[in-house]
Design a protein around this ligand. Structure first.
Ligand code: GDP
Length: 613
């Protein structure tokens, strides 16, 4: 629902600009200091910094938003935009001084921190069949760094392209599932998301999902409006639909960069790369290449001839052949490294993906890699990692409605993030509004993703990655999602009355919500014999047919369809010994203080009640 007013504004700006640029009207005079930052120039000209960075890039100057440019360069940009720049002696004094000071302090900071610009890392997302894979191919074939005639000999999970002498890294696993799965493991490697929307199809459910996933991660979105070669292509409709979900593109007066492309005809690719560079400049991405490397595993496999192989994206430092590395819980020495073209390389700088040979076990995707001094340091690092994992599980990685108050009180949470799933579209807005209205000064309630349908595994991943709770209205969880939620401790709650839902969230925020319990079935067994022990006590000789029984299990005794006992068990023995647990396929003796009427053939069900949500 873009207002026509907004469109008018954007047009007016364009009219004014083109008027200035082309009609030869008298240019507006403006005063600049002798040096100023891109941001200051953008403020003075009232032009978006994106526009200024684009113009600088076209003039061959790579500048980020904080970079200081000289008067001559600023004046040329201003002239381009229809301004006549004059050097302001007055203001210049103070401002130039300031800018010079800024520049010096920035340089000093860089010297002490050793930070240098690094290439941006890009992930491509969007609805199925909108052309993510084709676009990745088109970009790759446009110009891969180091590619030789004959093309790419080997393919790893990421590649780099060259744009005007600057590198851009693309992660080759398209889709928000991979993106969020990495985030759920604590690894956020992406700097910018390219959202692919097919111009002939428009915004679709997975487009919306991708937007929510990128927003939840706080990663900027650049829209690639794809398939513009198709007869039914309607880029304006796409822009309209994007505006309806709050992504207002630049030519409509918003700040979302959008680029029309055709992955099939390889049109608009360099325009897309230029815009990615601009958005990257705005982020001012830096890393120190002069220290031991750190990185994240983006793919790993056991190669039949070469052994364990993994691709790492270096985040800081420089990885070299011969370095001793710790990856997850493995360690080893880098024996060889290969770049995205399959060529042997000796080192890899920040934002560079390389395939590494040197571990004896295959690490996990999302594992952190660090370079260490020696074997002792490697062992210490692994020990520390173990400890961190333990701490993490102890501290509760996830938020639930029943612990949110606790976490608010401890200052651990300032926002309750909710993923909302409903049966029909019409329920989303009213529920979202009623939930977000519960925000207070202490805690903000935010629905980070909402859609129709059952709770699926993507929702669970997003919940882990964003520490969100999932609320379903007239929906349920898909079987896979239910299992994943239980394993990961993600809170799922289902309602069919809005009042109850809002009431529960209100209580949760005040710490008044009593936890709900779910029954988890541990196993099944069968009574094969009954023994007498002591005077009255009867012990059931049980064969475990499925799962397990533990000493803290509760038990249901079923005679045919009739339940003859439900409650705790008092003793669990194997032969004469008390045991903690007996697994399926084994026999055991079970006694219950308050129940002695076991019969051969009774079915037993073992369960426990677990706190949920
Ligand atoms: P993904 O599911 O998003 O990875 O989509 P694909 O890259 O597999 O593309 C889906 C289909 O759209 C394929 O048949 C592509 O050939 C086609 N396609 C992708 N980009 C374009 C394009 O720019 N123009 C046209 N006409 N077809 C395209």
């Amino acid at each position: 629902m873009v207002s026509s007013e907004r469109r008018k504004d954007a047009n007016q700006i364009n009219d004014e600009k083109s008027g200035n640029e082309t009609s030869g009207q008298k240019a507006t005079v403006i005063e600049f200091p002798s040096a100023l930052s891109v941001r200051e120039l953008s403020d003075l000209l009232k032009v978006s910094p994106v526009d200024i960075i684009k113009r600088l890039i076209r003039a061959g100057i790579m500048a980020n938003i904080n970079q200081v440019i000289d008067f001559k360069t600023a004046a040329a940009i201003a002239a381009d935009l229809g301004f006549e720049a004059h050097l302001s002696k007055h203001v210049a004094g103070a401002n130039a001084h300031l800018s010079e000071a800024n520049k010096q302090s920035a340089q000093k900071a860089d010297q002490t921190t050793g930070l240098l610009p690094r290439p941006p890392v890009i992930t491509i997302m969007g609805h199925v069949d909108h052309g993510k894979t084709k676009l990745l191919d088109a970009i790759r074939s446009s110009n891969v760094v180091d590619s030789e005639a004959g093309g790419i000999t080997q393919h790893i999970g990421a590649y780099q392209v060259d744009f005007n002498g600057q590198k851009i890294t693309f992660l080759d696993t398209p889709g928000h599932e991979a993106f969020t799965a990495m985030r759920a493991r604590g690894a956020q490697v992406t700097d910018i998301t390219v959202l692919v929307v097919a111009a002939d199809d428009g915004v679709m459910p997975q487009t919306l999902e991708a937007i929510d996933h990128a927003r939840a991660a706080g990663v900027p979105i650049v829209v690639a409006i794809n398939k513009i070669d198709k007869p039914g292509a309607n880029p304006d409709r796409v822009k309209q639909q994007l505006a309806e979900v709050g992504l207002v593109v630049e030519d409509w007066g918003g700040d979302t960069v959008s680029v029309p492309v055709s992955a099939k005809d390889k049109k608009g690719i360099s325009d897309l790369l230029e815009n990615l560079m601009v958005v990257a400049e705005l982020q001012d991405l830096k890393a120190d290449p002069n220290k031991p490397a750190e990185g994240t595993v983006i793919e790993a496999e056991m190669d039949r001839t070469r052994g364990a192989l993994f691709t790492v994206l270096v985040s800081s430092g420089t990885l070299k052949v011969g370095d001793m590395i710790v990856v997850g819980e493995n360690w080893g020495r880098v024996k060889a490294m290969f770049n995205d073209a399959g060529k042997r390389v000796k080192k890899a700088t920040p934002s560079t993906p390389v395939e590494v040979l040197g571990l004896s076990n295959v690490p996990g995707v999302g594992d952190v890699m660090t370079v260490v001094e020696d074997e002792k340091a490697a062992n210490a690092a692994i020990e520390k990692r173990h400890h961190e994992i333990e701490l993490e599980t102890a501290v509760a990685r996830t938020v639930s409605l029943s612990n949110v108050f606790d976490q608010i009180s401890k200052g651990k949470v300032k926002e309750l993030s909710i993923i909302l799933k409903t049966d029909v579209q019409g329920s989303i807005e009213p529920i979202k509004t009623s939930l977000e209205k519960l925000s207070s000064d202490e805690i903000k309630v935010r629905v980070i993703h909402s859609s129709t349908g059952n709770v699926n595994e993507n929702d669970i991943m997003l919940a882990i990655a964003s520490k969100a709770v999932i609320i379903g209205f007239n929906t349920e969880a898909e079987p896979g999602a239910k299992g994943a939620a239980e394993r990961e401790g993600v809170s799922l709650r289902f309602y069919n009355i809005i009042y109850n839902m809002v009431d529960d969230v209100t209580k949760a925020l005040k710490g008044m919500l009593t936890p709900t319990f779910v029954e988890v079935i541990d196993g099944h067994g069968e009574v094969r014999a009954v023994f007498t022990a002591g005077k009255k006590e009867k012990i059931a000789g049980v064969f475990m047919t499925e799962g397990k029984v533990t000493r803290s299990s509760s038990m249901r005794v079923l005679r045919g369809k009739q339940k003859v006992y439900e409650g705790p068990i008092s003793s669990l023995r194997r032969f004469k010994d008390d045991v903690r647990e007996v697994a399926s396929g084994f026999e055991c003796g079970i006694g219950v203080d308050s129940f002695t009427d076991f019969q051969v053939g009774d079915g037993l069900e073992f369960f426990r009640n677990e706190k949920s949500g």
